[in-house]
Design a protein around this ligand. Sequence first.
Ligand SMILES: C[S@@+](CC[C@H](N)C(=O)[O-])C[C@H]1O[C@@H](n2cnc3c(N)ncnc32)[C@H](O)[C@@H]1O
Length: 262
Amino acid sequence: MTKRDADPDRSAALAQYRDRAGFYDLELALFRPIRREAIVRLALRSGDTVLDVGCGTGLSFEQLQQDIGAKGRIVGLEQCPEMLQQARDRIGQSHWKNVTTLCAPVEMAEIPVMADAALFHFTHDILRQPEAIANVVRHLKPGAHVVAAGLQWAGPWIWPINWFVLPAALHSTTTLEGLGRPWDKLAGLVGPMEVQARFLGAVYIASGVYGERPVGLRRRSKPKGDAVHARPPQGAAAAGLGQRHPARNGEFPIGRGVAKRA
Ligand SMILES: C[S@@+](CC[C@H](N)C(=O)[O-])C[C@H]1O[C@@H](n2cnc3c(N)ncnc32)[C@H](O)[C@@H]1O
């Protein structure tokens, strides 16, 4: 067993991102469509509070801001000071007053809000730490939308894609453990997640809704029938996410492509 199969290594992760902070944004440019789709799946509304877990340099902030507006709030959790400094520079340059950043490992962060949504965008190390995801889930309101996206092992029918996944994962995570189903521990706390594959199976987007309240108290009302959102949020409607369909043979056609239940 190599260290790459073991638990995430915090000091290795700090070193990894300290060195990348200056050019990280360029490296992630390829995944811009994934970020966009992941944030749409958060189904944010004006005034929402959202946790950006492992926020890095704050690349998601701008789209989150567009969805939540000035009355909403973003809380960015990030352990690497060099990455977070880039995020803080971005906040300053954009004059955002509604973004709080915490420089701490997610598992130890004192999260100051109860959130309407949580984003885990390319945060494999965090998703493999039960204490980290438990700390996030403890700070979610019932009905909160949770989305995780990132690299995964492509299926055996398309294994050559893993020659891309392996170096990319070694570059950005400290463990390969769980790379077959990176969202599974999160789904264990949040509930069933719908999973979409992108980039020929090299990337997943998993989304779910945390512990719905009893009927009548739900924050987002769920009508009878197929639609999850009575009134699709703006971004989601544009991506065809307003109408979700019932499971067919364990698969969920959602927007583009086919999702499987986690
Ligand atoms: C690949 S980057 C993703 C950054 C951002 N979410 C994005 O999409 O651009 C992963 C980030 O997670 C952070 N990270 C890793 N483990 C962490 C932990 N336990 N607590 C907080 N941040 C962590 C790293 O420092 C790094 O900034």
